[in-house]
Design a protein around this ligand. Structure first.
Ligand code: NDP
Length: 332
């Protein structure tokens, strides 16, 4: 959407979409996963009066996960949505102004930084903390779009319920794929785990759980060619041993096709100002949350190519708030 000069029905220009709503804030935090909320807790306790925009998925990726068993302090585990609700309450308790809205544009060329929210309001921030996380990746085959909402999903916790007693497939070999396959195995009749190599990338404990679950069948060295079905997914066509002399096509009968092949960092609106790697992960100065732009800090999955855990995201959120606080003090 253009901010200025939208053409009307008669072909002439009008300025009806010019943004007139401006607000100045000291610290703006974009994102509401463990990184964003932890940054908010620290910034609010440092009396920086942070404003936090939650983004497209309030609570971040953990709201789509089941049990979190590895976050220190929860000996019996906790569900992802419960943990995020607790973090939100904690950030709120110290005075964070938490708002629903999506950052749609950024101008980081000079200070104060200008962030457009929902294409209709501009926040001018002295310091900016980017905690926008990452989004699920798709394979890029046309059938994913064709059957979107009709059997294709990237979130087992959100959509698994619809596949009770049915056959489903999960694509991927990492911890997410293992977790989703195990979750779905509790609902579905059978789960195929489509793995492109002959080994899983998932942690040993998750690998063991997958292999011990009787209704999960791992399809080693398989890749997805396409999906079939009248109006909804009824099957998948796979390549076995693709690119070798033993290559063959295999059909599996499934009702649900779940993607769990990793994530893309949500850094697009910052890329013309902030250094990223080839994938789009924001580069931070090692040992800090500082980006190449003075006063802009990044934390959580949007800058983490290595760990991508809730606890590391929270830790980096803490770093970002402390870095921002020190930077603001130096400026004044
Ligand atoms: P990962 O990047 O770890 O794994 C992605 C998986 O998808 C790999 O097995 C990869 O295959 C496969 N893959 C990627 N692209 C394709 C493709 N085009 N076709 C077929 N397969 C493909 O992502 P995850 O989301 O699983 O995990 C991200 C991070 O989050 C990890 O650090 C993980 O440990 C962590 N995590 C932790 C959890 C927990 O502790 N409870 C839960 C979930 C995630 P290949 O191996 O061949 O590259």
């Amino acid at each position: 959407m253009s901010l200025f000069g939208k053409k009307n029905d008669f072909g002439s220009s009008e300025k009806s979409e010019e943004i007139t709503d401006f607000e100045k804030v000291k610290v703006l935090i974009i994102g509401s996963g463990p990184a964003g909320y932890t940054a908010a807790i620290y910034a609010a306790r440092a009396n920086l009066k942070p404003v936090l925009y939650e983004g497209l998925q309030p609570g971040g990726q953990l709201t789509t996960t089941t049990e979190v068993e590895n976050f220190p302090g929860y000996p019996n585990g906790i569900t992802g949505p419960e943990m995020m609700e607790d973090l939100k309450k904690q950030a709120s308790r110290f005075g964070t102004d938490i708002r629903f809205g999506l950052a749609t544009k950024a101008d980081l060329s000079k200070r104060p930084f200008k962030i457009t929210i929902d294409d209709r309001k501009i926040i001018e921030a002295e310091a900016l903390i980017i905690a926008t996380g990452a989004t699920a990746k798709y394979l890029g085959i046309p059938d994913e779009a064709k059957y979107a909402g009709s059997g294709v999903s990237a979130c087992a916790t959100c959509d698994g319920f619809f596949y009770r007693g049915k056959n489903v497939a999960v694509v991927g070999g990492g911890d997410t794929a293992a977790e989703e396959a195990i979750y779905l195995a509790g609902l579905a009749k059978k789960v195929y785990l489509i793995v492109r190599r002959d080994e899983l990338r998932a942690s040993k404990v998750m690998q063991e759980r997958v292999l011990k679950t009787s209704n999960i069948e791992v399809l080693w060295k398989h890749q997805t060619k396409g999906l079939v079905g009248e109006n909804v997914v009824e099957g998948a066509i796979l390549w076995k041993n693709k690119g070798t002399a033993d290559e063959e096509e295999v059909r599996i009968d499934i009702d649900g096709f779940f993607l769990a092949i990793g994530h893309k960092p949500n850094s697009d609106i910052f890329k013309s100002f902030i250094d990223t790697d080839q994938v789009g992960y924001i580069k931070t100065i090692p040992g800090s949350s500082k980006t190449n732009v003075d006063g802009v800090f990044a934390c959580g999955d949007v800058q983490d190519t290595q760990y991508r855990q809730a606890v590391t995201a929270a830790g980096s959120g803490c770093m970002a708030a402390i870095d921002a606080e020190r930077w603001l003090t130096e400026q004044n």
